[in-house]
Design a protein around this ligand. Structure first.
Ligand SMILES: [Zn+2]
Length: 247
């Protein structure tokens, strides 16, 4: 990477009227969360069909132990890394106005970020399929599976988007609204291959915004969209960039 790209990207972040970040699995890898897609990913070891909404509703006793293993035991141990913390720092000084994340791990909030749109939901909440009430996952014991709703005894579902399920319209609209206002979008740890989430940076680009990309490997964004491409690990490049903004 050239220092030139870093300096120009830092200048864009300093000058931006409304700056957003769009993050994906690559920002959480250094927190110990394996990517879901690709070789060695979670979906190479577990059958994604089991995480389809109707299958879950019909076979909760089969699916819940898998959910616990993947999403609560594994993600529950993860801690924010320097990339998450750098974004929280940027928000704290008024240089970042919101994050749209595809991750369901809650690590942005744990790092201190306040405006976070969780496009695919979160493991931090559960919803009862019967009475529709929401619960903080920390208040739900997973000793008995499936865990019953504390209010009505109905089936609880983690509040993230399963296969065969649409994006909740409130988070979709909030994300698109932010992208429409943003004149700078910092893309970190995602190639935008999952739709419709992957289109968010194009909303910024299409009205003349600047795209800054931090990824370990080239993506469609690198070839077609990014104005500045800082190639490297999120946990290293993001703090470097934020340091250049604040410095
Ligand atoms: Zn209930």
């Amino acid at each position: 990477m050239s220092n030139h790209a870093l300096e120009n990207a830092a200048k864009a972040l300093r000058d931006g009227r409304c700056v957003m970040a769009f993050t994906g699995a690559g920002i959480s890898v250094e927190s110990g969360i394996p990517p879901f897609r690709g070789p060695g990913g979670v979906w190479s070891r577990y059958d994604p069909d089991k995480f389809e909404k109707n299958y879950f509703k019909c076979h909760p006793e089969e699916v819940w132990p898998l959910l616990k293993e993947i999403f609560f035991d594994m993600l529950g141990r993860a801690k924010p890394n320097p990339a998450h913390r750098a974004l929280a720092d940027l928000e704290a000084v008024g240089r970042l106005h919101g994050i749209v994340t595809q991750n369901i791990d809650g690590l942005h909030q744990e790092a201190g970020s306040r405006v976070v749109h969780e496009y695919h939901g979160s493991t931090r909440r559960m919803q009862c399929m019967k009475c529709r009430k929401f619960f903080d996952s920390r208040d739900i014991s997973l000793e008995t599976l499936p865990p019953p709703c504390p209010v009505c005894g109905g089936l609880l579902k983690p509040d993230f988007v399963f296969f065969g399920e649409g994006i909740p319209s409130d988070v979709h609209h909030a994300s698109v609204d932010l992208a429409r206002q943003a004149d700078v979008c910092l893309v970190i740890g995602t190639g935008g291959t999952v739709q419709p989430a992957g289109r968010i940076p194009y909303v910024v680009k299409n009205h003349g915004g600047v795209i800054i990309e931090i990824n370990l490997y080239d993506t469609d964004y690198s070839y077609r969209t990014s104005d500045y491409y800082l190639q490297g690990k999120a946990g290293q490049m993001t703090p470097e960039l934020v340091q250049a903004v604040l410095g």
